[in-house]
Design a protein around this ligand. Structure first.
Ligand code: SF4
Length: 380
């Protein structure tokens, strides 16, 4: 969310000034930021290194003491729409910060309270992305479902955005919190075909006691009910979720509840992390599960995820799908299912028949109009 060039102008001015944006979402991200600073100082010992971002706000002294660092920016950046593009997709940050305090998470310490970007600014950025050729926009935020600006919650924002960008083929959401989702989001999913039938849920665990110890605001039954409501309004929706395996005090029986949730919620795409304590968080002071046990549980949960994905891929065989080609011979369906599309140029939207699957992605045969390179100009 920080404009590095602007920071370089403000805090250095000289060509020798380099701004390093840090992230504290995972311990690994912070470690990589420190590594990048050390490498930078080694390769360009004359450069003035300015450190910004949430890891710097959490540990300013730690970064200040690093060789070559001339300044650490601890202030929160202004909240404004931040667009970034990766290949065929445009990413639009519409919210930052978080008002919650999950016991495993360091984000609120680094990114502050929840702030939402004004809808008019988001619309302007989205129009610019579409004018620049993006056919798909992904809305991002630290706690996206807490979006609230000028009387609009997330669902209202989605509907406004789709109305104001008629040329946009697909609008997608990054991770959301099932307990915060507003009714307008369900209405938008029911009424807006261009809103992708794909949601990634921040579930984290399937056992109520662990959810309480995580200080999540939903229970197991809430997650299941939310998924049922989603399917009622959008039967073709495909769901993913984040999980932490081996959270402090988690027993094998509690973990079994998490595994069972994959089927109970009908999840397809899993992101699984073995618990790793972040210093300074309440969870780091709870009785820990042995690291090898946490890793083993994560591996088993990932296997459950692989089986769920394979079942989903099998169900696609024989269908005709619209795919948006990315770089590297891959493409995504509107529901985020991956397909192999060797030879199709990135940015093309093609129609293809699904002929098989390889365990991770669909194998396809483009329809004749797509083979000739004609762009499909309709919504997903
Ligand atoms: S909702 Fe919880 S996990 Fe997500 S950013 Fe906020 S504190 Fe962290």
């Amino acid at each position: 969310m920080v404009d590095s060039e602007e920071l370089a102008r403000r805090h250095g001015g000289a060509a020798e000034t380099v701004v390093v944006n840090t992230c504290a979402v995972t311990g690994e991200a912070t470690r990589q930021a420190r590594q990048a600073i050390r490498r930078l100082h080694r390769e360009r010992p004359e450069a003035r290194i300015v450190v910004a971002g949430c890891a710097a706000r959490i540990d300013p002294q730690g970064f200040e003491s690093m060789a070559g660092v001339t300044r650490v920016i601890a202030e929160q950046p202004p909240t404004r729409a931040f667009a970034a593009s990766e290949g065929t997709r445009g990413f639009l940050a519409v919210q930052n910060g978080c008002d919650h305090s999950c016991t495993f998470c360091i984000i609120p310490a680094g990114r502050g309270a929840s702030r939402s970007v004004a809808p008019r600014e988001i619309v302007a950025q989205a129009r610019a992305l579409v004018a620049g050729g993006k056919q798909e926009i992904v809305l991002t935020g630290v706690d996206l479902t807490s979006y609230d600006a000028d009387g609009l919650k997330l669902g209202g924002l989605l509907r406004l955005l789709l109305r104001e960008t008629p040329a946009l083929a697909r609008l997608r959401l990054s991770s959301i919190d099932c307990i915060e989702a507003d009714d307008d989001l369900l209405i938008a999913l029911r009424e807006e075909e261009r809103l992708c039938p794909h949601l990634h849920l921040s579930l984290q665990a399937g056992d109520d006691l662990i959810l309480k110890r995580m200080k999540r605001r939903h229970l197991r039954a809430d997650a299941i009910r939310f998924c049922e409501r989603l399917r009622a309004v959008r039967p073709d929706i495909v769901l993913g979720a984040d999980f932490i395996a081996g959270f402090p005090t988690e027993t094998e029986e509690m973990f079994a509840q998490t595994r069972a949730l994959v089927d109970d919620c009908g999840l397809t795409h899993l992101h699984v992390f073995p618990f790793s304590p972040r210093p300074g968080t309440p969870a780091a002071r709870m009785p820990q599960v042995a690291r090898d046990v946490a890793k083993d549980r994560a591996a088993r949960l990932r296997e459950d995820g692989a089986r769920a994905l394979a079942r989903h891929l099998d169900l696609q065989v024989g269908k005709t799908l619209v795919l948006l080609a990315e770089r590297g011979g891959a493409a995504r369906a509107a529901d985020f299912t991956l397909a192999r599309t060797p030879g199709v140029e990135a940015g093309q939207m093609i129609e293809a028949r699904v002929t098989g699957q390889d365990g991770r992605a669909l194998l396809i045969d483009p329809l004749p109009a797509s083979r000739s390179g004609a762009l499909i100009a309709r919504a997903p």
